[in-house]
Design a protein around this ligand. Structure first.
Ligand code: FAD
Ligand code: DLZ
Ligand code: SF4
Length: 507
């Protein structure tokens, strides 16, 4: 009988993951598998599969070189049984481990599966906390206990205090908790966008790219532009590039969008953080060190730290607190099917065309494109939450349900009725026009409010407020908008409804 079988999932590629702690390289076996079920449960972007399989293969090799015995099953292994449980059954029968050790998975459906393994295989299964996060699931549910609505800002302040990050005694460094109001500048044409660094595919990645092309050709997305870091060393280089070259402008231009510039001052670190190649703590510490050394301003560093110790931890907390029921709510009764252009990018709306085309090319769009372009449109057009959620889970290299679902269901679609966010992020074309240069070359006119040439975001925004008045009018943060709507002339309201009806029917 072997020692423990230590099962490492594709998003647990960290040599310090809890399931490897205390492992005995002489006795224990590290188990990793590429399985069709995980690659197909939604039709993930081709780059996402290639990224993860390549990162998994490199990680297995690194573990082997450090002395571990590895059982690694490739997707095209002729005996590959196709799912975690079936591969585990094969491993258990061939290796006869005394127990299985695994770090809790990121997704609810996988945890449910794992809970059945002990009964199914007759081998003890030890499920350990994923302590890569700052906030454990228990800590979050303690914080949430008794609160009717949760607010990220309060959670974030507790995390700052609890972990002593950007603190001056018990006060925030600089005197303010949040510098968001300094982080809303559009990109001036004279601002130089930093270099985007490319990580060229090595032999392992090229092999995986061929595999993905052969097996997942009907999945969304291009493979040609694959340039993600796939090893720990590459991920650390990517972190260094961000800290040295982009963090400086990260805050000021956090919400900006620019045609032909998909990355701007963003870190592009989420795929590596989410799969384990980078640790959230080291990323946060490097940003704070840059501030302390005088190499990056506070608005940038606070903004960046907030995304990681605030938003990232907050959405994970909500996911585990509310699953499995979270995805079932649809408070705004939205049910319109996802338009085909979300897959093709073929639409006259330039902002959407840019964001979707870049997503297809890079398996990436930055936050404000996800929130205020594809997300805002999905909200004000009343698209079905289930279809929008599946789209977001498919198209980004960083997408896992624990982080995608609260961002989509709660943040952009308000389908949870305001549990995660205090108001819907709905906006007209004016916001996109202020924060980007997309409107200048659009077939629609952002300054026109009604008629066939008017920017669809303009009338859909008001139509959204009209259609959801019962649900939203009582929301204090919407009172100004409903005040304006209340003063609108009936012929204007009729025009909004008619334009929206015509446009939505054309989808
Ligand atoms: P940066 O702008 O450089 O931000 C730094 C880091 O902060 C990110 O790497 C990420 O780890 C974290 N972060 C920032 N915002 C969020 C957030 N709202 N929730 C969680 N973490 C955050 N992020 C994912 O990792 N996976 C997803 O599937 C995902 N889906 C999203 C869907 C929608 C509708 C929206 C609005 C946001 C989504 N996000 C998701 C959050 C955010 O857009 C991405 O983390 C970010 O764009 C990744 O790019 P970056 O690394 O360059 O981010
Ligand atoms: C996303 C993904 C894909 C595409 N393939 C695999 C795989 O073949 N093997 C694996 O271990 N993990 C994969 N993953 C990541 C898992 O889906 C992820 O670990 C679970 O969703 C839990 O978060
Ligand atoms: Fe988007 Fe409207 Fe601007 Fe066109 S005019 S790019 S549709 S916001």
């Amino acid at each position: 009988m072997a020692g423990s079988l230590r099962f490492v999932l594709g998003d647990q590629l960290d040599t310090e993951i809890s399931s490897l702690r205390g492992a005995d390289p002489a006795e224990d076996i590290v188990f990793m598998c590429e399985v069709a079920d995980e690659a197909n449960y939604v039709r993930h972007h081709k780059q996402k599969i290639a990224f993860l399989f390549s990162a998994m293969r490199h990680h297995a090799k690194a573990l082997q070189e450090s002395g571990f015995q590895i059982r690694y099953v490739k997707l095209d292994d002729p005996d590959n049984a196709g799912s975690f449980a079936d591969e585990l059954a094969r491993a258990v029968s061939e290796v006869a481990p005394e127990r299985i050790v695994i770090t809790e998975p990121g997704e609810w459906r996988v945890l449910e599966d794992i809970k059945s393994w002990e009964g199914r295989f007759g081998v003890p299964v030890e499920i350990l906390d994923d302590d890569r996060f700052y906030c454990s699931r228990e800590r979050f549910s303690d914080w949430a206990e008794g609160r009717k609505a949760l607010r990220m800002e309060y959670f974030y302040r507790e995390m700052r205090r609890e972990h002593g990050l950007l603190m001056d005694g018990d006060q925030p460094v600089g005197g303010q908790w949040n510098y968001d109001k300094d982080n809303r500048e559009p990109i001036d044409p004279n601002v130089e966008v930093p270099t985007h660094h490319v990580f060229r595919p090595d032999e392992t990645t090229r092999e995986v790219i061929d595999l993905v092309r052969a097996r997942f050709d009907n999945h969304f997305g291009d493979l040609d532009g694959f340039e993600w870091p796939v090893t720990r060393a590459e991920a650390l280089r990517a972190l260094g590039f961000f800290i040295d070259e982009r963090l400086n402008g990260y805050g000021t231009y956090q919400d900006a969008m620019k045609q032909g510039e998909p990355f701007l001052f963003h870190s592009l670190l989420s795929p590596m953080i989410n799969c384990g190649l980078l640790r959230p703590r080291e990323v946060v510490e490097r940003a704070i060190e840059a501030y302390e050394a005088g190499n990056a301003p506070l608005n940038a560093v606070e903004g960046f730290v907030r995304q990681i110790i605030g938003w990232r931890e907050y959405v994970r907390g909500i996911y585990w607190l509310k699953m499995p029921d979270y995805k079932n709510s649809n408070e705004l009764n939205a049910d319109r099917p996802l338009p085909d252009f979300y897959w093709t990018g073929e639409t006259q709306m330039n902002c959407l065309r840019q964001a979707i085309t870049e997503t297809r090319q890079n398996a990436y769009a930055h936050h404000i494109q996800r929130l205020m372009v594809t997300g805002n449109f999905a909200l004000i057009a009343g698209l079905s939450p289930a279809e929008v959620e599946e789209w977001y889970l498919i198209v980004y290299a960083d997408a896992y349900e624990w982080v995608e679902l609260p961002n989509v269901h709660g943040m952009i679609l308000f389908a949870d009725g305001g549990y995660l966010a205090s108001k819907p992020y709905a906006s007209s074309g004016a916001y996109i026009n202020k924060m980007s240069d997309y409107c200048g070359t659009c077939s629609y006119s952002v300054s026109k409010k009604n008629g066939p040439k008017a920017c669809p975001f303009n009338y859909l925004y008001w139509n959204f407020l009209i259609e959801n008045e019962d649900m939203l009018r009582g929301n204090q943060r919407m009172s100004m908008m409903y005040g304006t709507l209340g003063r609108m002339k009936q012929d204007k309201i009729d025009a909004i409804k008619e334009d929206s009806r015509r446009f939505l029917a054309s989808l």
